[in-house]
Design a protein around this ligand. Structure first.
Ligand code: BMA
Length: 804
């Protein structure tokens, strides 16, 4: 046996609560264990969050025993491998302190041989309080380093602790200051030579062939054979005394890896082994660049893969669950597959969460999802003191070394919104030079480390950022860099504010909705089915969130009747907001080369900007994203004197597009009809149809435009309203007929119906939803899921005309 696995059953106790001794599964966290043992109620239900805060005010101990045989003990070394230890932990083996941790993002390898004995051994991990340590560190700083307080970081000074920043609450996040170990923990037996790491480098040659250089880092022992295979080739190399040995493979005609939508994702299996130690990776062969060249507007922000420009489309990612025990493989699969199913090709791992688990990046490699990877710093200032840098430096090394061979990773980014945060606090506003220098010192350190660990990728100082050494307002600069555009949500702008900018790359913009009624039933007691009830308010972490949603209703819609319709309408409103931006920016290609909305997922059931609810249910926005992110899309853009429709092709192939644009009145009468049949070139964006306003202006609010298109591989639709003020449009009441046959649902209507949305209480989704349904049309939708009976029993069909 080459490893001793320490995963599984441990016990959890606390010196402050001697009556508690309960089982805990490692990998896992203390909150989850306490909930399982019924010491605490489910923190996600009702208003329980406030009752479970005491857990973070205790110290916790986890422990277990394990056996070591005489033969195992005779090994050269027995290395404990452990990572994601959250956070301030002391490891004790057989009563002796072995090591302590202060950073949950470190990866540890410690030889336990001196501490082990034959037979039964005991390992204990003591977790101390992070809140008191944060205060202690704050007192030692040469000058204050402020962090945001409020919904984000309910505990002070958590910016000084290297722990997932949103554990202490965020403007969509419950405050659960968890502790535990979140990766597998094992002891590896080493006999001849310790295999430490494997790294690959791709050297592309002019003729399209590639040389793959494999560097094996190992113990400084010479003369040990190391087996290496890459794809169908293999070799044996002999270890060198320097601790680094390399091998080269040559691929004359490499199978190229592409982001999804642009080609396939072939992965070459890489295996390195010595004795019973083995490191396995799957590597995609591709060239990747970030084109930042200056142009007539400012400078580009364009990812190129294998020389081809990519329109990055996707969303921001937060940790899958506030209780790490619940971050299961199935949920990673479900979320990332949902991203791909909605035609996304890029995910941004946001800096307030965590460097994700290996499984996340493996899936992204397989699925063709590019990853924008932040370093884990967000929405606070951070010190550049030697102590803090000493804490961070090994973290960045560990993580870049762990992640750099993942094909999916497109960019390393220093942080989330830390440049912007210079303007958020009185101290830093009043002493901006000092704080800017502090920021720059810290940020350069990150850059320096990353440039050494991975020279193949670009380092981007911060998101958002106008570019190197530019600490200007990247919330509004649309000529260069990436933008976080929050005018519509946080600054109260109307939807048309999205039409006032042409971002080069918008890496955050979002609009909240309430959870669906089906979701609400899972965590809100019936007595609180009201958007201003205590449960609703405790599951809304953005102070003005509920007011913004409601106030926006009054700008655009007739006020919904009742609670359930309010929930539905909030999701219509969210979908319209994000679609407005994405549709317009997509029509600005190639000026705009990226859009990642805030946010993909929720880490507990909550009112938020997500397009997928905590349960995995797609909100209306996610169904819209599937359409507006699809490889071929038909965005409408209003100009001064015409309504135009673009055709945008985000793929490497030419596409034959056929379709029909119609102008329809509110009763369903077709007032005008135009057919489409054209060949769209790869990566092309053209105006495919337009109608001068003079031809329909007099009765413009009496009708809407609808387009349906078809290519060899997809169908798509889009509807354009002459005004976003639906409240003043003459929408007719629609009677929607629904016929269900197994997993097939047939819908028809007597009047044009908009945002026709199917919802049900169980798991799974529909092949389409939140669409426009015209009279005389029979729309067939498929239920994609396992629970047909519950779907049938609980199916609800909503539409805009029936919301008031
Ligand atoms: C952003 C993010 C998050 C936040 C979101 C919504 O700028 O970086 O910090 O949750 O806005 O306010």
């Amino acid at each position: 046996m080459s490893t001793i696995i320490l995963d599984g059953d441990w016990s959890l106790s606390s010196p402050q609560r001697p009556e508690i001794s309960v089982p805990i599964t490692i990998p896992g966290d203390n909150y989850h264990a306490l909930m399982n043992a019924e010491i605490i109620d489910n923190p996600y239900h009702g208003i329980n969050e406030k009752d479970v805060q005491w857990v973070a005010e205790c110290e916790w101990v986890i422990e277990r025993t394990f056996d070591v045989s005489a033969q195992q003990l005779a090994c050269q070394s027995l290395d404990l491998l452990v990572s994601r230890v959250d956070t301030l932990a002391t490891f004790v083996v057989n009563g002796e302190t072995v090591f302590t941790t202060s950073n949950m993002f470190r990866i540890h390898r410690i030889d336990l041989k001196p501490f082990l004995m034959e037979g039964e051994n005991r390992i204990q991990v003591y977790f101390s309080r992070v809140d008191t340590e944060a205060k202690r560190r704050a007192e030692q700083l040469p000058f204050p380093i402020p962090s945001s307080m409020g919904a984000n970081n309910q505990l002070p000074h958590m910016n000084l602790i290297r722990k997932t920043q949103c554990h202490s609450g965020w403007d969509w996040g419950i405050c659960l200051v968890v502790s535990g170990i979140y990766d597998s923990i094992q002891i590896q037996l080493i006999n001849t030579l310790r295999l430490e790491q494997v790294q690959t480098d791709q050297n592309w040659l002019a003729d399209g062939s590639v040389e793959v250089l494999i560097t094996v880092a190992h113990q400084t022992v010479a003369g040990v054979p190391i087996e290496i295979s890459f794809g169908s080739q293999s070799t044996t190399i002999i270890s060198s005394a320097e601790g680094k040995t390399t091998a080269r493979f040559y691929e004359a005609s490499p199978k190229l890896w592409w982001p999804v939508g642009y080609g396939d994702q072939p992965l070459y299996q890489l295996r390195v082994s010595v004795d019973e130690q083995e490191i396995n990776k799957r590597v995609g062969l591709r060239r990747l660049e970030l084109n930042n060249e200056s142009d007539s507007i400012g400078s580009a922000m364009e990812f190129r893969v294998n020389g081809f420009p990519i329109m990055a489309k996707g969303a921001n990612w937060i940790p899958v669950d506030a209780m790490p025990s619940k971050q299961t493989a199935e949920r990673y699969e479900m979320l990332l597959q949902s991203a791909v199913d909605a035609n996304m090709n890029m995910i941004r791992v946001w800096g307030g969460g965590q460097y994700e688990s290996d499984y996340f990046y493996d899936l992204c490699d397989e699925l063709g999802l590019l990853v924008w990877q932040d370093m884990m710093f967000a929405c606070s200032l951070y010190p550049s003191t030697p102590e803090f840098i000493a804490d961070v430096e090994p973290e960045i090394r560990d993580q870049i070394q762990r992640l750099r061979d993942h094909t999916c990773i497109a960019i390393w980014c220093g942080d989330n919104e830390v440049i912007g945060a210079l303007n958020w606090y009185e101290e830093s506003r009043n002493n901006r030079d000092k704080y800017a220098v502090n920021y720059d010192r810290f940020n350069r350190k990150l850059h320096e480390i990353i440039a050494i660990e991975d020279p193949s990728r670009c380092f981007w100082p911060s998101s958002p950022c106008n570019g190197g050494l530019d600490f200007g307002d990247a919330w509004h600069e649309d000529n260069r860099g990436d933008m976080h555009f929050w005018d519509v949500w946080h600054s109260g702008g109307s939807f048309d504010a999205y039409l006032a900018i042409k971002p080069r790359f918008c890496s955050e913009f979002g609009f909240q909705s309430w959870p669906s009624f089906a979701e609400v039933k899972t965590f809100v007691p019936e007595s609180d089915w009201n958007v201003t009830s205590p449960t609703f308010e405790s599951h809304q972490k953005n102070d003005s969130g509920n007011s913004i949603i409601t106030e926006m209703f009054t700008r655009y819609f007739r006020f919904p009747q009742g609670f359930e319709q309010m929930l539905y309408l909030s999701q219509v409103q969210q979908a319209i907001a994000i679609k407005t931006g994405c549709e317009y920016w997509r029509a600005q290609s190639p000026v705009c080369r990226g859009m990642l909305y805030w946010q993909l997922n929720d880490n507990w059931p909550v009112s938020s900007w997500s397009s997928i609810e905590y349960s995995g249910r797609w909100k209306q926005l996610h169904y819209h994203a599937k359409r507006f992110y699809s490889p071929v899309y038909c965005p409408f853009v209003e100009t001064e004197d015409a309504i135009t429709m673009h055709l945008s092709n985000n793929s490497r192939e030419n596409k034959q597009v056929t379709g029909r644009v119609v102008r329809v009145d509110w009763h369903g009468e077709v007032l005008g009809e135009w057919s489409l049949d054209l060949n769209l070139l790869a990566d092309q964006n053209i105006v495919a149809w337009q109608l001068p306003k003079a031809e329909w202006k007099n009765d413009q609010h009496n009708s809407f435009f609808h387009v349906s298109i078809e290519t060899e591989s997809e169908v798509n639709q889009n509807t354009w309203f002459t005004s976003p003020r639906f409240k003043s449009l003459n929408l007719q009441h629609a009677n929607i007929q629904v016929e269900v046959d197994g997993d097939s649902i047939l819908l028809s209507t007597d009047m044009p119906a908009f945002f026709v949305h199917l919802e049900h209480d169980g798991a799974g989704r529909f092949s389409d939803s939140s669409f426009t349904l015209l009279p005389n049309e029979h729309k067939r939708v498929r239920y994609i899921g396992e629970d047909q009976a519950l779907m049938l029993e609980s199916l609800q069909v909503y539409d805009l005309s029936n919301s008031y």
